[in-house]
Design a binder for this molecule. Structure first.
Ligand code: NCD
Length: 326
């Protein structure tokens, strides 16, 4: 592989917005190098020996937390998982006090997920170590967009020129925002499809085509990305009823027939079968790449850990070079 991780200048990974196409391609290239290793019996390397990674999750997670843990361990780092339900956060400690407490233990990297948009960036300004955004509110989820891009690039050989439909609860989705930034940066065309109540006010500024009709929006697309209804972020009523939502916006074989015959079906998980996606479509082994996305997630997170840690080689914590603020 031609790309070396240390040539990618990143201090933190807080979002996709603002990353250059070269940086995104290079991150995907480094990720590629880990896919085969993860399929071997012996998956362990010593690249991050002596490095401490803390997963600090203020929201539930299955895929993201587990894959960051596996990624850190497979690279030989020490990984600690902080369950905020079992921490002093429950005793009233603020986000920044928790972060400063952990900072005092000299971690090399924090992976942070938080329900408030912007919280992870704020935290990154207060600590000495590198920070990866594991999802902040409805703002960004950069490693999800990278793993989605890696999955697409491997299946289609490119991102440029592809027509991608992102469907469902766009309003509350950090996955949608990060994917829109990444796909636009890489020259793909993005459509968003969903009810008007689940479209963000700023959608016209995001460089996407907006559809409120699934059949029209799916016509001729290469990729169909489904999103979960984020009921935990909804205050009030955004959809009339679940059966009604499924009838208009749930992906089933009939609606899918409007997409290209070989269109890929994607979902970041967790899936709600019968709400935004029909089981027949989700489990279609010919077209659904949902499990492949999960596999790519480990490789992408290994690449992100390697890249951020390579900037800190031989530097004591607290004296990280400035710049690379992408
Ligand atoms: C997503 C998230 O948490 O933003 N899940 C994930 O990370 N794979 C999407 C979701 O929760 O619906």
């Amino acid at each position: 592989m031609s790309t070396s991780a240390s040539s990618i200048k990143l201090r933190h990974l807080l979002g996709i917005e603002g990353l250059s196409p070269e940086t995104i391609s290079a991150l995907l290239d480094v990720s590629e190098t880990y896919i085969e290793q993860n399929r071997q019996i012996d998956k362990k390397q010593s690249l991050l020996r002596g490095r401490t990674i803390i997963n600090l999750f203020f929201e539930n997670s299955t895929r993201t937390r587990t894959s960051f843990e596996l990624a850190g361990k497979r690279l030989g780092g020490d990984v600690i998982n902080m369950q905020t339900s079992a921490s002093s956060v429950k005793k009233g400690e603020t986000l920044l006090d928790t972060a400063m407490t952990l900072n005092a233990m000299h971690p090399d990297l924090l992976v942070v997920r938080h329900p408030d948009s912007g919280a992870v960036q704020l935290l990154s300004q207060k600590v000495n170590c590198a920070v990866i955004n594991g999802g902040d509110g409805s703002h960004e989820h950069p490693t999800q967009a990278l793993l989605d891009a890696l999955t697409i690039r491997r299946r289609r050989g490119k991102l440029q020129g592809l027509l991608v439909a992102i469907c469902g609860d766009i309003l509350h989705s950090r996955v949608a925002r990060s994917n829109i930034h990444l796909l636009n940066t890489m020259g793909a065309r993005v459509r968003v499809i969903g009810p008007p109540t689940l479209m963000p006010a700023e959608i016209d500024r995001l460089g996407v085509e907006v559809f409120t009709d699934m059949r029209k929006g799916l016509t001729g697309v290469d990729i169909v990305m489904m999103l979960r209804l984020q009921t935990e972020r909804m205050h009030g009523s955004y959809v009339p009823s679940i059966p009604e939502y499924f009838r208009f916006f749930g992906l089933d074989n009939e609606k899918l027939s409007f997409a290209k015959p070989d269109a890929l079906i994607m979902h970041p998980g967790p899936m709600n079968r019968g709400v935004e996606i029909d089981s027949e479509v989700a489990d279609d082994i010919g077209r659904s790449v949902i499990h492949e996305q999960v596999e790519m997630g480990v490789a992408v997170r290994m690449a992100c850990l390697e890249v951020l840690m390579s900037q800190r080689r031989n530097e004591p914590s607290g004296s990280v070079a400035e710049g690379g603020g992408e």
